[in-house]
Write a protein that binds this ligand. Structure first.
Ligand code: HEC
Length: 201
């Protein structure tokens, strides 16, 4: 996010609110709880199997294996642009260059980036309530797949294992807002935003 102007960040914030409706989260709803990295990792550890089972109901092959891919963040972090949820970033072997971040260059065809997520809210008893969130996927397709997404296929899987939408497939229109935001860095970063620096491995 280094090279981004104030105007762009403002635009992202506005889109996040619009997107929040589609992503299914009042962005503010999850923003109140702050976690230490240790706490965030321990919540995630308690959820990994459940998350995998939730997403696997979609039948998408990658949902069964993504947790064995490289994870690029040191701890789940709160992502305002993905519904204020805590998220992780995984990439498959073809997307290995992702780990070079701003120096990664355009993504190789077949590269897949996956973000799983969970919500943390304060329960009535004052204790944190941790629940699974959706999975966000970006897959780099062959040239010509879709010029308006720079040939990325965006998909979102709900916690019920439903494919909420997928570019050029069912619910394609519902994924337009993903590209609308990600395209802000199309030219320099092939639409990838990368991780906040403090969470990079
Ligand atoms: C308002 C802007 C915005 C919207 C809308 C948005 N994203 Fe993102 N996305 C980001 C930002 C910023 C990052 C990096 C920081 C982070 O993780 O919060 C990111 C990171 C990602 C990543 C990790 C790859 C990368 O770019 O580094 C994936 C995968 C992803 N988003 C998928 C999606 C999908 C799928 C949708 C739509 C369902 C979506 N995003 C909607 C802004 C957005």
């Amino acid at each position: 996010m280094k090279r981004q102007s104030k105007a762009l960040i403002h635009r992202l914030a506005v889109l996040a609110i619009v997107g929040g409706v589609v992503i299914g989260a009042g962005t503010a709803a999850y923003a109140a709880v702050e976690l230490s990295n240790k706490q965030a990792n321990s919540y995630y550890a308690s959820l990994t199997k459940l998350l995998k089972d939730c997403y696997a109901r979609s039948g998408l092959a990658l949902t069964k294996v993504y947790q064995s891919w490289d994870r690029y963040n040191t701890a789940p972090y709160e992502s305002a642009t993905h519904g204020g949820r805590f998220v992780n970033n995984y990439a498959n072997a073809k997307a290995k260059a992702y780990g070079k971040y701003e120096a990664s260059g355009p993504m190789a065809v077949g590269g897949i980036l996956v973000k799983d997520s969970f919500q943390v809210k304060k329960g009535k008893n004052g204790k944190n309530k941790v629940t699974p969130g959706p999975m966000f996927i970006m897959e780099k397709m062959a040239a010509g797949f879709n010029p308006s997404t720079h040939d990325w296929k965006y998909s979102m899987i709900t916690v019920n294992g439903k494919i909420f939408g997928t570019t050029n497939g069912k619910g394609s229109k519902k994924m337009k807002f993903c590209a609308d935001c990600h395209n802000a860095v199309a030219e320099d970063q092939d639409t990838m935003f990368y991780l906040p620096e403090e969470f990079r491995k």
